[in-house]
Design a protein around this ligand. Structure first.
Ligand SMILES: C[S@@+](CC[C@H](N)C(=O)[O-])C[C@H]1O[C@@H](n2cnc3c(N)ncnc32)[C@H](O)[C@@H]1O
Length: 285
């Protein structure tokens, strides 16, 4: 959706996964795995990104991600078109690495003269991971759209914990969270900060597992454009879908997926017993 719309207005469009993970996410005790955000972004880009950037602090995750990206872009059955100018995995703290990403985007965008680019940045916080300063560094010299996992339960917990005071100040880039009362106001204090950065067009989707005491809000934030944001309607549609389902519905969906997987597997060529490492198995492991 993003690449289809944005490619009409810009020469280059970049993807930044600031807290990228290992490329696969594992669900529950069943040890089921799903494609993670780096691979979903690559796979679903209708107009392939000019370049994709992935930042991951954990060395093992980063190494696994490198391998999975290599398989995904170079000859897997997924057939993902590689970005025109490639991709990069940065191993380290996103709060620092985003500056390198910014410099690189400018360099790439200037390769054919005048730079005219936008970026889609996904910030999948688990805790207070990406600080305000990191985000500001990126936004200072570039224009982008943001999808931010605001870890509501964790922020609420941290706001009432003396030992987390510095982390909260870093996360919010100041003291605005101090006067917030409860999770709604904590969220509002953050979205108000985003508006201050010019990202006044926002769609917030609350994700509540319904079974565990775990909640987060996915914030989509962009700037208001004269013609309106072409894809904000689509984001709102997704918001209605996601907010209508709960943990029990997700279980039902997984059952269907499991059924589908079996159906799909029945179409796959039979495997040699001695050669269990099919491309798919290799990819998921
Ligand atoms: C929620 S996971 C990402 C999941 C991923 N979006 C997906 O869909 O598969 C967050 C990741 O961020 C990494 N991380 C946490 N703090 C970080 C930081 N300051 N800089 C870079 N990576 C960080 C963690 O190691 C973890 O792998």
């Amino acid at each position: 959706m993003y690449t289809t719309v944005i490619s009409e207005y810009f020469n280059d469009w970049f993807y930044i996964d600031a807290l990228a993970g290992s490329g696969v996410s594992v669900y529950g005790d069943a040890d089921e795995s799903f494609l993670g955000s780096p691979l979903l972004a690559a796979k679903n880009a209708a107009e392939p990104f000019t370049k994709m950037y992935f930042i991951e602090q954990d060395k093992e995750n980063a190494a696994a991600l490198e391998k999975r990206l290599d398989v995904a872009f170079n000859g897997s059955d997924l057939q993902i078109t590689p970005p025109e100018c490639g991709y990069e995995v940065y191993v380290g703290d996103a709060n620092k690495k985003l500056q390198q990403v910014t410099r690189n985007m400018w360099r790439v965008a200037k390769r054919d003269g005048k730079a005219n680019f936008n970026h889609l940045t996904f910030i999948d916080n688990q805790g207070l991971n990406l600080n305000w300063g990191g985000l500001e560094d990126l936004e200072d010299s570039t224009t982008g759209d943001y999808l931010i996992n605001f870890p509501t339960s964790n922020v609420l917990r941290a706001s009432g914990h003396k030992g987390s005071e510095n982390a909260m100040v870093d996360y919010y880039g100041g003291d605005r969270w101090r006067s917030a009362n409860g999770k709604e106001e904590l969220l509002e204090a953050y979205t108000t900060r985003l508006s201050g950065l010019g990202k006044t067009e926002q769609v917030v989707t609350n994700i509540d597992s319904g079974t565990k005491n775990y909640q987060y809000d996915m914030i989509y934030a962009t700037r208001k454009t004269r013609g309106g944001s072409d894809y904000i309607n689509a984001i709102e549609y997704i918001n209605r879908f996601v907010e209508a389902v709960d943990g029990a519905d997700v279980e039902d969906m997984l059952q269907i997926l499991r059924g589908d997987q079996m159906t799909m597997e029945s179409f796959l060529p039979k495997q040699d017993e001695d050669d269990p490492q099919s491309k798919l198995v290799e990819f998921h492991d």
